[in-house]
Design a protein around this ligand. Structure first.
Ligand SMILES: [Zn+2]
Length: 314
């Protein structure tokens, strides 16, 4: 099948389909090097490149985010057979939930593709992918897009399907849930990918919500302390760790995801010895009153009033 595209009279239509389904931007492109890595070429992508990709002369990478940091697909990259088997196993149950996926073989493992009915933010695409990985207990696995939002560069990319892997000279196709080729020829597979079944908005939302921790109603105990300024009484009534722990999921070492910024690194921390909280990403820190001011977006006076009602006996 290596030379399948050379003689195919439909190759222009196939290249166009490949473009429509997989290409997010045409102001630059990525080319795979012989060692399997990619380099970014800061020149316009044209049909010529896609034709060469199909014919095997070059191999392109597909950037996952467009220039507005939106994705039309997400891909889980299983590196080994164990991960691949887990992903293959889950496809049927995902499909039953309205989440169709396409499994593409690879040099090692495989790529599981999810297509969306319209472009969604990189952040939403990642929440969707992370939720799926969490549900199958696979964490140490690559998810594309790798960024919520583009920084300076063009972001993450994945091998554009149907090309020749530069490292082993092989092409890899898509397989069905039963593990058979999606179509008997690569051209046939590309035609299927012209209009892949998509994950719609409702299904995306459903998947993201699978692993949401149900919001707990804080349980606070009122304390009888008298004779001091209200703010001092409030600070004495409860440890910062216990108060903040009602609102933020904290690990035993006092660290957790900061509720004040889009945190993926557990930047939030409570110092139990000195009794204050702090965000290492610059959201500030302080007493439980400072926490309440920031959490509820109120001023000091209102915060003291609200906390006194919550924590102190009249
Ligand atoms: Zn923060």
């Amino acid at each position: 099948m290596r030379t399948e595209f050379e003689r195919n009279p439909e190759i222009h239509a196939l290249a166009e389909t490949l473009w429509r389904t997989f290409i997010q931007r045409d102001d630059l492109y990525a080319r795979q090097l012989d060692d399997g890595r990619y380099c970014c070429v800061r020149k316009a992508l044209t049909e010529k490149h896609l034709l060469a990709h199909l014919k095997g002369g070059i191999t392109l990478g597909a950037y996952v985010l467009d220039t507005d940091s939106r994705a039309r697909f997400a891909v889980i990259d299983a590196d080994d057979d164990h991960q691949l088997a887990r992903l293959a196993d889950m496809r049927l149950s995902l499909a039953r939930e309205g989440v169709p996926s396409y499994l593409e073989a690879s040099r090692r493992g495989g790529h599981l593709w999810f297509f969306f009915d319209e472009p969604i933010s990189g952040k939403t695409a990642r929440s969707f992918g992370k939720s799926i990985l969490k549900s199958v207990d696979l964490n140490d696995i690559e998810l594309f897009p790798k960024q919520d939002k583009l920084g300076d560069g063009p972001g993450s990319l994945i091998r554009l399907p149907f090309g020749v892997h530069r490292k082993d000279g092989q092409r890899y196709g898509f397989v069905t849930i039963r593990g058979e080729a999606l179509a008997s020829t690569y051209a046939g597979q590309i035609r299927v990918m012209a209009s892949p079944r998509v994950v719609d908005k409702a299904a995306i939302e459903k998947v993201i919500n699978w692993n949401q921790v149900p919001k707990r109603e804080p349980v606070l105990v009122k304390v009888d302390v008298n004779g001091e300024a209200l703010s001092v009484q409030i600070k004495r009534s409860m440890r910062v760790l216990d108060f903040v722990g009602e609102y933020v999921e904290l690990a035993p070492n006092g660290r957790g995801l900061c509720p004040f910024h889009d945190d993926h690194n557990a930047s939030f921390s409570v110092n139990t010895e000195k009794n204050y909280w702090h965000c290492f990403s610059g959201c500030g820190g302080g007493s439980l009153i400072d926490f309440w001011i920031k959490l509820k977006d109120v001023d000091f006076k209102d915060a003291v009033g609200e906390l006194a009602k919550m924590l102190l006996i009249e």
